[in-house]
Design a protein around this ligand. Structure first.
Ligand code: CA
Ligand code: CA
Length: 297
């Protein structure tokens, strides 16, 4: 196993990013991640102005890792083996920011201890953790996407289904794929309505392997035989359309049915769901509700 420590942070997925370590095809990696505030909000009375001059606080991401054998046109398969949250989670809201920003009167920070490793007490309400990965992806086809912005390379998708036990498939565009992850949430609702999840540092173990010679246009998610496409765009409508067509394309390559029948089937068992509405591009997943088709990537 290779460990990638918290000292290895990056803030943009780009076509020229430099790897911090090299892994073999099939290797298990353990990432140590910071929370999305760079672990800098250590007290509830800290304000953003107190952090000026420090490193960027938005979405530090651990990596990137060069995976041997991965090249443009391939797919990087990432099995999420475990997500182990730290002992506290943090939230922060500011006026005007996020999906409820007009209601926020003043900047506020809350820090929640994790009880027994699995729940928090939110003003007397017990909330069980459902740890998920907010930022996960590879180097893009071209240009640069900061770690706030999701796109075809993955990135800040904030999909609460990216949990331990799922598998992600990323299209590879750059040699070595250049994989990284961060921005773990202990808990988050679909949409990430205000602006943040329960932002938390974590240890994440994954197994990375290379599928040669084929890829989809967007990140693909799978768990227990259920599959989803994940797409991001300027609006939810555009993201949903991308995700629908990506699933039709994905199935069209794997299922012997006419396009018309596949479209009908997707109208029956395809669920359009919102991942997040608060990032620079918005993210939708289109998921098969049941394990009805014997699909392989
Ligand atoms: Ca995020
Ligand atoms: Ca976050």
């Amino acid at each position: 196993m290779i460990e990638i420590g918290r000292e290895n942070q990056f803030y943009a997925f780009s076509d020229h990013m430099k790897p911090v370590v090299t892994a073999r095809d099939g290797e298990i990696l353990r990432f140590y991640t910071k929370d999305c505030y760079g672990d800098l909000l250590t007290r509830e009375d800290i304000r953003r102005k107190d952090l000026v001059g420090l490193s960027p606080i938005a979405n530090p991401t651990t990596g990137p890792v060069y995976i041997e054998g991965a090249a443009r046109g391939d797919t990087l398969k990432v099995e999420i083996l475990s997500i182990t949250p730290a002992d506290h989670g943090t939230m922060r809201v500011t006026p005007g920011s996020g999906g409820l920003g007009r209601a926020i009167g003043q900047e506020k920070v809350r820090i929640f201890p994790i009880e027994e490793g699995k729940w928090i007490d939110f003003n007397g309400i017990r909330l069980e953790l459902e740890p998920m990965i907010g930022v996960i992806g590879v180097a893009p086809a071209s240009g640069e996407y900061d770690t706030d912005t999701p796109h075809q390379h993955g990135g800040n998708m904030d999909n609460r289904r990216i949990t331990a036990g799922c598998t992600m498939y990323f299209p590879v565009w750059q040699e070595g794929a250049l994989f990284g992850l961060g921005d773990v949430h202990g808990l988050m609702g679909d949409g990430e309505a205000c602006i943040c999840g329960l932002e938390i540092a974590a240890q994440v173990e994954v197994r990375v392997s290379v599928i040669k010679g084929r890829q989809e246009a967007c990140p693909i998610w799978e768990k227990e035989g259920r599959w989803a496409t994940i797409c991001s765009a300027r609006t939810l409508d555009e993201a949903a359309e991308l995700a629908r067509y990506a699933m039709l394309d994905f199935l069209g390559k794997r299922v012997k049915m006419s396009t018309e029948e596949l479209a009908m089937l997707l109208s029956l068992i395809g669920d359009t769901a919102v991942c997040q509405v608060v990032d620079p591009l918005q993210t939708v997943r289109f998921a098969l509700r049941i394990n009805a088709l014997p699909l392989a990537f």
